[in-house]
Design a protein around this ligand. Structure first.
Ligand code: ZN
Ligand code: ZN
Length: 241
């Protein structure tokens, strides 16, 4: 399995794009600039069948109109796009479209599912979505006052891929690491904040979960020492699992 690191940065990073990973037809997060990055790396947005949104901050969510309208303009809406997200995210997506393209028409996006051939699957803590190829479990995280904020485990081809940003170090981050073969964790800065893990927190998770390959993403442009067992992916990097 190939995990494509589309973006590995956090807000404020000048060297890397907003974090996002792509595994076959499954995209994690769609913050500003992600669609152009996908195109730059020669991926076709029409091939994405599942989109996992962690939360509604700009660096995880606001490129969704570019994705959906781009597919629509190019008549690439034939495949249903499953949008897996927290409770209330559908409403925020409608608000985003209304703000950007509402043109004063109050209910323009009331039928957003039919317009773009999408389906929202809103999950709460430890709820799952499953079809013949994949299983996705949501885990509630802690990210300042932001709600909903989810991490995920994707089960595919006998492997578990964990994804936990943005968050402070909490029980569910540990749970994601315990259950995953590889986990992408919030390494926002050297020091923890009220909304984000630190690099030290990522190191701690790696030490406590030896079986999990830990990747530090959502990284600011700080310099750091090398850690033998932690990966620091760059944009465009492909990780084989
Ligand atoms: Zn955030
Ligand atoms: Zn973020």
């Amino acid at each position: 399995m190939k995990i494509n690191c589309i973006g590995t940065g956090t807000m404020g990073s000048t060297t890397r794009g907003n974090q996002s990973i792509l595994i076959d037809d499954i995209l994690f997060d769609i913050g500003s600039g992600v669609v152009k990055k996908l195109e730059e790396y020669k991926f076709k947005t029409k091939d994405i069948n599942y989109l996992l949104i962690t939360h509604a901050h700009a660096d995880h969510f606001v490129d969704l109109p570019n994705l959906l309208i781009g597919r629509s303009i190019r008549n690439e809406n034939n495949n249903l796009l499953h949008i897996i997200c927290g409770k209330g995210i559908r409403e925020k997506v409608v608000q985003l479209f209304q703000l950007c393209f509402g043109d004063g028409v109050e209910d323009k996006y009331i039928d957003i599912e039919e317009k773009f051939n999408i389906k929202f699957i809103e999950l709460s803590n430890e709820e799952t979505f499953e079809d013949q190829n994949i299983k996705i479990t949501a885990y509630e995280l802690m990210h300042g006052g932001c709600k909903p904020i989810l991490g995920y485990i994707l089960e595919k081809e006998g492997k578990n891929i964990g994804y936990a940003t943005d968050t402070i170090l909490c029980d569910n981050v540990n749970k994601i690491c315990q259950k995953s073969d590889i986990a992408f964790l919030d390494a926002n800065n050297i020091n923890a904040t009220k909304s984000h893990m630190s690099l030290d927190d990522v190191v701690k998770m790696q030490k406590e979960n030896h079986k999990c390959k830990v990747c530090a993403i959502h990284r600011g442009d700080y310099s750091h020492e090398k850690y033998l067992n932690i990966k620091f992916p760059e944009d465009g990097e492909i990780i084989e699992l």
